[in-house]
Design a protein around this ligand. Structure first.
Ligand SMILES: [Zn+2]
Length: 125
């Protein structure tokens, strides 16, 4: 695993993602095809999500993906991500209250698009 996923908000986002996909997969009674207890499709999505997180230009300052001004997911996994969030979000509150709370605190933070940040950091002369 990318060491960047081991710290801060990225780690939490990643952890949240794993939990949500797990709830979604089990909730839909998908065939349990992998050692992690996910079906092959959901595991594939998680792998995809991990690669996107690794490449996230925000790094540790990342907002939650729902709030991110960059939409780095392709349309298909993006649609799946939306379904997973919609299904697992309310269910996660009961099982992982702390993770949910911190996730929503992350959600409340606002970030600028990297281009805007770069523009603002440019010296004024
Ligand atoms: Zn599944």
């Amino acid at each position: 695993m990318d060491p960047r996923l081991e710290s801060g908000h990225l780690r939490r986002e990643w952890r949240t993602m794993q939990v949500m996909v797990g709830i979604y997969c089990r909730g839909h009674e998908h065939p349990q095809a992998t050692g992690a207890g996910l079906c092959a499709d959901c595991q594939g999505f998680l792998d995809y999500a991990e690669r996107r997180l690794e490449k996230c230009p925000y790094g540790p300052e990342k907002p939650t993906c729902a709030k991110c001004p960059i939409h780095c997911y392709k349309p298909q996994p993006r649609e799946l991500a939306r379904n997973i969030m919609r299904y697992a979000g309310p269910r996660m509150v009961l099982r992982h209250p702390w993770l949910t709370l911190t996730h929503f605190m992350d959600k409340a933070r606002r970030v600028e698009h990297p281009m805007v940040t770069r523009r603002n950091q440019r010296p004024p002369f």
